[in-house]
Write a protein that binds this ligand. Structure first.
Ligand code: IFM
Length: 731
């Protein structure tokens, strides 16, 4: 792939694009996510340094992740502020080199008949994720007195803030700025230090200024034509969550330190792409979009911890409360399983370590076992509000039941564990909590089962499936299929109890009566009602689904009185119709395609796809996958491309009712990878072996990518016209 293809470019400045560009030009390293905004921007422009796994709550607002004080803030003044929003300019561009994880900016300002060029590059360190590097250069075609003020903006952008109630400053003569912010709940602190160096033709002293909630290193420089002013700024973030695992270092902005970090950062990305890039011959657009999606996944992977997961909007901001959803296990996990299993382990470990929270949630609702948080924050705390949507007409919060009724979340956790065991063969997680997690999830589903008096089947009633527009339904096909999978997985693990180390085995056998549970779960799996295909092959999404009004998505849309109106809930325009938000039956059939005839897969694809609004970015990739299993790769392709392009194209749904939900879409990015891996390359794991039966869409000539399976790396090549993929051991 030509290096030009790895660049995202934006020329000129359009204020309307600020929110979108913050996502498109995103930089991150799993510890912090930095929105692609400009140095002179402030919280009005949605600047954010979003931190992973650290949260705070202010008053009755939603508990959300912290944004660090903005260490990218810079003011340049040359008779007028050099600000792209106010000063005339001849040229302005942003370029993200997503091969190297570096963002570059160039602006040529025209002030007082002078052409002043400002270039800047920045990157978050992939080697040591506490660090962020930025280096800028200024040149002028005429002599100019330039004032530089760069530092830390304490006026932080928050959705439900402000989170910092107190700051402690420690600034050393303008060369080293440091601030520690303490949060409202009084649990956490965030320390940001920035080291600033100015390299100018004449020696320049830096002084310190504290103004308008900004801690600034300032200097005034006389710059002549042909001369260059260079500003290096290296920032470091350390938080109360870092404990002993993180280093509370102080940054250095020497030229040497900058050059060394830059070189190592680029080498990190080079190595990452070597094991994870996907070459798609015959389709440059798809290749670029997919690899850009993978760039995002790399940038939000938690590599600095052994137990952490990925929020639904990555590290692009506070949307969705920085919480972890089923998105991780069902959509994102595959990418890491097959390219970097250590990260997959970290994601799984997060769920194992939050089992106590899931058990508490189940108990609070009167169930047994483990009911995982729908929106999981640290410790498995469920951040999901009872009122997830605000009614656009009354401005009142609307009661939604996502937290209470999306019981399929626990099955997603088990599915992730199952995939992890299959793909890595690493059984060590069984002793680290996986055995208990699967057993507790099975106990949870067992406690949900209901049998009518005289009835002969178990039902699961009053749930929400993936399609969130239909709340509190009975026997959702997806949920019941997943619950059965959980029972079966528990039975498999019971057969593996001997793989546990002796002491662990003893404690498990003491805790659970495995023989009794074996009978219980076997019976549950056998007697759990799974809606069957009708004569036409179509499976009802839930009891009574076929009695709902059968209208098109467009008709439902035309009934909206306000474009931001919520489609679901008690009075939603879709609630009493067959129009669904996202892939539901289609998701179940994509996952369990082996259990159904192709005619059934096709019938359901044909029935449900036209009735799907695709109102969630999780939808398209599941239809793409199902289309592949139907043998309709050409139809899969547009859904795959939509999924892969969710973030490169930008736009997307920004509102749910009156709630801002903008940001990046890791599930869609991961879903696109799944489409290539499982769909187009047809890779499956059967009885511990890899099989590959490709299904390439018409425009793709060849796919080449590397995967790791059970500790061995393979190069996968799929070629048009060949029935099998070539798997060659490599590296
Ligand atoms: O998990 C999803 C859900 O399926 C649809 N609404 C958004 C959530 C987070 O991506």
């Amino acid at each position: 792939m030509d290096r030009e293809e790895w660049l995202i470019k934006e020329e000129g400045y359009d204020g309307e694009k600020t929110a979108d560009n913050g996502n498109r030009f995103f930089l991150g390293n799993g510890y912090m996510g930095v929105r692609g905004t400009l140095s002179e921007f402030t919280k009005e422009d949605l600047c954010a340094v979003n931190l992973a796994g650290i949260y705070d709550k202010v008053g009755d607002g939603w508990r959300e992740p912290l944004n660090a004080p903005n260490f990218l803030y810079t003011e340049l003044f040359a008779g007028a502020p050099l600000n792209v929003k106010t000063a005339p300019f001849e040229e302005h561009s942003l370029i993200l080199d997503f091969y190297s994880g570096i963002l570059r900016r160039k602006t040529v300002f025209l002030v007082d008949n002078k052409r002043i060029s400002y270039t800047c590059e920045r990157f978050p360190d992939m080697k040591d994720p506490h660090f962020f590097y930025e280096c800028s250069e200024v040149e002028s075609d005429r002599e100019v007195e330039l004032s530089v003020k760069t530092g830390i903006d304490l006026d932080v952008w928050d959705i439900n803030g402000p989170h910092y109630v107190r700051f402690e400053e420690n600034c050393k003569e303008g060369r080293l700025l440091e601030v520690t912010g303490f949060t409202a709940e009084d649990r956490e602190f965030v320390r940001v230090s920035s080291s600033v160096s100015v390299f100018s033709p004449e020696e320049t002293a830096l002084s310190f200024e504290n103004r308008d909630k900004k801690l600034l290193s300032t200097a005034t420089v006389l710059l002549r034509p042909g001369e260059k002013l260079k500003i290096c700024k290296v920032s470091h973030v350390f938080t109360s969550k870092d404990g002993k695992e993180g280093k509370d270092d102080r940054p250095s902005s020497s030229k040497e330190a900058y050059a060394r970090a830059r070189e190592e950062h680029i080498a990190w990305w080079e190595e990452a792409w070597d094991r994870s890039k996907v070459l798609i011959e015959g389709d440059k657009e798809a290749m670029r979009a997919l690899n850009y999606s993978l760039y995002h996944l790399h940038s939000i992977a938690p590599r600095h911890r052994k137990s952490m997961s990925i929020p639904a909007r990555g590290l692009s901001g506070q949307t969705y409360k920085g919480a972890v959803f089923w998105d991780t296990e069902m959509f994102i996990l595959d990418f890491f399983l097959f390219t970097e299993p250590e990260v997959a382990r970290t994601l799984i470990k997060y769920r194992l370590d939050t089992l106590p929270g899931a058990k508490k949630k189940a108990a609070d609702y009167g169930y047994s076992g483990a009911f995982y948080a729908w929106e999981s924050q640290e410790g498995g705390f469920d951040a999901c509000s009872d009122y997830n949507v605000t009614d656009v007409f009354t401005k009142r919060p609307m009661r939604t039941y996502f937290k209470d009724k999306q019981v399929h979340i626990s099955a997603a956790v088990v599915y992730g564990i199952r995939r992890y065991l299959e793909a890595t063969g690493d059984m060590s997680i069984l002793a680290e909590g996986a055995f208990e997690t699967v057993t507790e999830c099975a106990l949870f589903y067992y406690s949900l089962l209901l049998k009518r008096a005289g009835g002969d089947r178990y039902e699961i009633r009053d749930v929400i499936g993936p399609d969130e527009y239909h709340e509190r339904v009975n026997n959702n096909f997806y949920t019941n299929m997943m619950a059965r999978m959980v029972f079966l997985e528990a039975l498999e693990l019971f057969d593996r109890v001997n793989l546990l180390p002796a002491d662990k085995r003893a404690s498990i056998l003491e805790k659970y009566d495995i023989d009794a549970l074996r009978n219980t779960f076997r019976q549950a799996a056998e007697e759990l009602f799974i809606p069957s295909p009708g004569e036409d092959g179509v499976i009802r999404q839930f009891d009574g689904y076929f009695s709902l009004e059968d209208v098109s998505v467009e008709t439902v849309r035309s009934r909206l009185l306000d474009p931001k109106e919520y489609w679901g809930g008690a009075y939603g325009v879709a609630s009493d119709t067959r129009v669904i938000k996202q892939a539901d039956v289609a998701t179940a059939l994509a996952l369990f395609h082996d259990s159904y005839e192709k005619s059934v897969l096709n019938a359901n694809y044909n029935f449900y796809e036209p009735r799907t609004e695709h109102g969630s970015s999780l939808s398209a990739c599941m239809y793409a996958l199902l289309a592949c299993y139907c043998g309709r790769a050409d139809e899969a392709y547009p859904f795959f491309l939509k999924s892969a392009s969710a973030d490169i194209k930008g736009g997307g749904k920004q509102w749910a009712g009156l709630v801002y939900i903008g940001g990046t879409h890791p599930a869609s990015e991961g879903g696109a990878y799944m489409n290539v891996l499982r769909g187009f390359a047809g890779i499956e794991i059967k009885n511990g072996e890899l099989t590959a039966t490709p299904k390439l869409p018409g425009n793709i000539e060849r796919l080449v990518f590397k995967i790791v399976f059970r500790g061995k790396r393979y190069k996968v090549t799929v070629e048009k016209g060949r029935e099998e993929a070539i798997l060659e051991p490599c590296g």
